[in-house]
Design a protein around this ligand. Structure first.
Ligand code: HEC
Length: 218
């Protein structure tokens, strides 16, 4: 007489379930990996020229005006890349020049450890303002105070001057220390910040536009 065995105590049932779940998860993960890679792959200059929206635009995005606009469909602000705009007097940086500048900025941000105090794309500290969208902070635009404070005519020059001499321009209770940043490094860092502001981060940092009044990137 065979004993009635419940399916829940049957080893074969659990072995099969485990195999199916593992198999299904592996396929899902492989698919997600490819999907993510294509989403975060950097765009090209021709994407910019043809107005193809990429989450991470080409480094040559520094040749364009970047604004931040509310997307009703997505329920948060998204970066919008507009017309050509001069960056340190030029709007014709080649792909190589723009990539080199960005590289210099990235290395500078690591060498000077900006993340020790700031947050960059979700990584870092909260001692100082989030830098992910710092380029769009209206404080640096024509309606902000930083151009006048630094005596510069453009946003990028004002930012570079601040980065070279932050202790000369304290605006909050906390002051950014002088980090010995050179003019060349400052240019790279500002390019790095400008490019980062053009990345579609699904509205992160949350409510940045509303907090800072940065919508339409004044
Ligand atoms: C020791 C901490 C510290 C480090 C390291 C640091 N910062 Fe700062 N930073 C601050 C503080 C504090 C402020 C706010 C100062 C103020 O507004 O007066 C600030 C402000 C800024 C601002 C203005 C932010 C805005 O939204 O307007 C920028 C841009 C900036 N930092 C860039 C950088 C970069 C780039 C680096 C790395 C090269 C860096 N900081 C490293 C402390 C730091």
């Amino acid at each position: 007489m065979s004993k009635q065995v419940s399916v829940w105590t049957d080893n074969r049932f659990w072995a099969r379930s485990a195999a199916w779940v593992t198999g299904f998860s592996s396929i899902l993960l492989i698919w997600l990996t490819f999907d993510t890679s294509s989403q975060i792959a950097m765009g090209t200059e021709s994407d910019l020229q043809n107005k193809v929206t990429k989450r991470v635009p080409a480094p040559t995005v520094i040749n364009y005006k970047i604004t931040y606009e509310m997307s009703d469909k997505r329920g948060h602000e998204v970066p919008v890349i507009g017309e050509k705009e001069k960056f340190f007097g030029r709007d014709d940086y080649s792909e190589q020049e723009a990539a080199d500048l960005l590289h210099l900025g990235k290395l500078g941000s690591q060498a000077k450890n900006c993340m020790n105090c700031h947050t960059i794309l979700g990584n870092g500290a909260y001692y100082a303002p989030d830098l992910t969208k710092a380029w769009l902070d209206p404080a640096w635009g024509p309606e902000g105070s930083m151009m006048a404070l630094t005596g510069k005519q453009t946003k990028e020059e004002a930012m570079a001057e601040f980065l070279m001499n932050p202790s000369k321009y304290p605006t909050h209770e906390r002051m950014m220390p002088d980090l010995g940043i050179t003019a060349e490094e400052a240019k790279g860092l500002v390019a790095f910040l400008k490019h980062m502001s053009s990345i579609d981060t699904n509205g992160f940092p949350r409510n940045f536009g509303r907090m800072q009044g940065a919508i339409h990137g004044k």
